[in-house]
Design a protein around this ligand. Structure first.
Ligand code: BES
Ligand code: MN
Ligand code: ZN
Length: 498
């Protein structure tokens, strides 16, 4: 969807549909909404008076204008209570409005006002960013096979602003929203893609191609390079697959910051997780195509960080491997020695994510990072604890943890702090190696984090278990059913903050 900006009067704007807004419990709309209401002979006021529309968040009102204004349709999107209104509420209102318009078969072009400015009194640039983000995220479509040509959707959304002096700030906000939405869209595309089409080398190709249009430096290590480095945990997991493992390294290095210690994001990129020899049950296994959601988020976030020109040295690493059963696959009972000489006994080949991450946690030491944050669809158990409402956050550094909690609150990519008591490590004690890759079912999320911690070096580190965040089983405005793009906004916000 194209996003444009235009100076003018929303009532006079030609479009298949115009979108205006209403705060909850306002009986007589003002501003641009009031203007449209008067042009429609009070149709919005009547809908409010009839009790059919209250302006609540996530609700919309559709009216046909019968020639009273230039556009044939008006959608009023609810802003919720004025006292609760903020960036996330504006993003949600934009998403709900655009989703309603996109649900109408005859709508190709939309014109909207910027929610929250004017009477809302909010910062213009922030509100334009929220508008762009909400609208673009809501217009996202999952690619179908074959492509559905009939499903055209909204092709352009024009932000119409009456006051010319507001336009530069709005344009800046739209550009920022577009940069983030493109990153989220890139991640969603990767995560939604079927696992026969998206395997490690293909993922590396797509990321390399996307990075080529930016200032990001992209380097990809194949298995030969990994062997030389001694990344035998990654190679162990990869042995059951005919697809070669790939370590994608993206660098955002703004000029004059060459000496800055990089912030490092690391993503688990299992392009398909069968469980390996410890094979998963068939029911729901197709969802394991999303087991590269952490790597997908890191790559999408790096594209956004580059497009936003964030003044921070940031590296993104995506470890892409396929976990398959095979005559040559790694087995329970095997002992793997990783890049730093640390060892793990394999109890369950389905606990593969922590192994591939372990080698990367050792590898990143060479960059002397200021902090390392990994994102991984690591355990089913995190879904039992938190459902699809938040990622589990594990950290060994309070300042880093606080910064992540703040970035989550600002972006709506929710996190919830989980414990890392030393006793959880008892559960992964091995008789044969330093640690074993699976403990008991009890406290399985925390013992997985303790496993990762064992392989960290002396840098602040945080781990986000996003197993039930990468995919959303139910759609909502701004989040069509399927891959969520969780983490892109969170990481971009974090990079700007620390
Ligand atoms: N990729 C899975 C975790 C997962 C489960 C992601 C559900 C998304 C939805 C991971 O590799 C895995 O299989 N974890 C095991 C670990 C266990 C064997 C210790 C699990 O959670 O059962
Ligand atoms: Mn697994
Ligand atoms: Zn997995």
């Amino acid at each position: 969807m194209e996003l444009l900006i235009q100076q003018g009067d929303i009532a006079a704007t030609e479009a298949d549909c115009v979108i205006v807004n209403l705060f909850e419990d306002v009986n007589h709309p003002g501003g641009a909404t009031g203007f449209v209401d008067r042009a429609l002979n009070g149709a919005i006021t009547s809908a409010i008076a009839a009790g059919d529309f209250k302006g609540e968040a996530d609700t919309t009102l559709l009216l046909y204008t019968n020639g009273a204004i230039a556009a044939p349709r008006v959608i009023v999107t609810g802003l919720g209570k004025a006292g609760n209104f903020d960036f996330l509420a504006a993003r949600k209102a934009a998403a709900a409005g655009l989703a309603r318009a996109a649900g109408l078969k005859g709508v190709r072009t939309v014109a909207t006002i910027c929610h929250g400015t004017g009477i809302g009194g909010q910062d213009t640039e922030a509100m334009a960013k929220a508008l762009a983000l909400g609208s673009l995220l809501a217009s996202y479509k999952v690619r179908k096979y074959p492509a559905d040509d009939k499903e055209q959707g909204v092709s352009t959304c024009t932000l119409v602003e009456y006051h010319a002096e507001q336009i530069p700030a709005m344009q800046a906000g739209l550009d920022a929203g577009r940069a983030l939405a493109d990153g989220v869209g890139f991640t969603r595309d990767l995560v939604n893609e079927p696992p026969n089409l998206l395997y490690p080398a293909e993922m590396a190709d797509r990321v390399r191609a996307a990075a080529a249009d930016t200032a990001l430096k992209c380097e990809v290590l194949g298995e030969e390079a990994m062997r030389e480095l001694g990344m035998d945990m990654i190679l162990g997991v990869s042995r059951g697959s005919r697809r070669e493992a790939q370590l994608i390294i993206l660098r955002h290095e703004p000029e004059e910051l060459e000496e800055q210690q990089p912030l490092i994001f690391l993503g688990k990129g299992i392009t398909f997780d069968t469980g390996g020899i410890s094979l998963k049950p068939p029911s729901g296994m197709e969802e394991m195509k999303t087991d590269m959601g952490g790597a997908g988020a890191v790559c999408g976030a790096m594209l956004a960080i580059s497009a936003l020109n964030i003044p921070r040295r940031v590296f993104g690493l995506a470890i892409c491997v396929e976990n398959m059963p095979d005559g040559d696959a790694y087995r329970p009972g095997d002992i793997l020695t990783g890049i730093s000489g640390k060892t793990a006994e394999i109890i369950n080949t389905d606990a593969e994510g922590r192994l591939v991450l372990a080698d990367c946690l050792g590898y990143v030491k060479r960059f002397s990072p200021s902090a390392v944050v990994d994102l991984a669809t690591l355990t089913g158990a995190i879904g039992i604890a938190l459902g699809s409402q938040a990622a589990g956050l594990f950290a060994n550094d309070d300042a880093l943890q606080e910064a992540i909690v703040a970035a989550a609150a600002a972006t709506g990519d929710r996190v919830w702090p989980m414990p890392m008591y030393d006793e959880y490590k008892d559960d992964i004690k091995s008789d044969m190696a330093e640690v074993k890759n699976a403990g008991s079912r009890m406290g399985g999320v925390s013992s997985s984090a303790k496993f990762l911690e064992h392989f960290t070096e002396d840098y602040p580190w945080a781990h986000l278990d996003i197993a039930y965040m990468a995919l959303q089983g139910k759609g909502k405005p701004g989040q069509p059913k399927g891959a969520s793009g969780y983490g892109v906004q969170l990481l971009a916000s974090l990079a700007a903050a620390i």
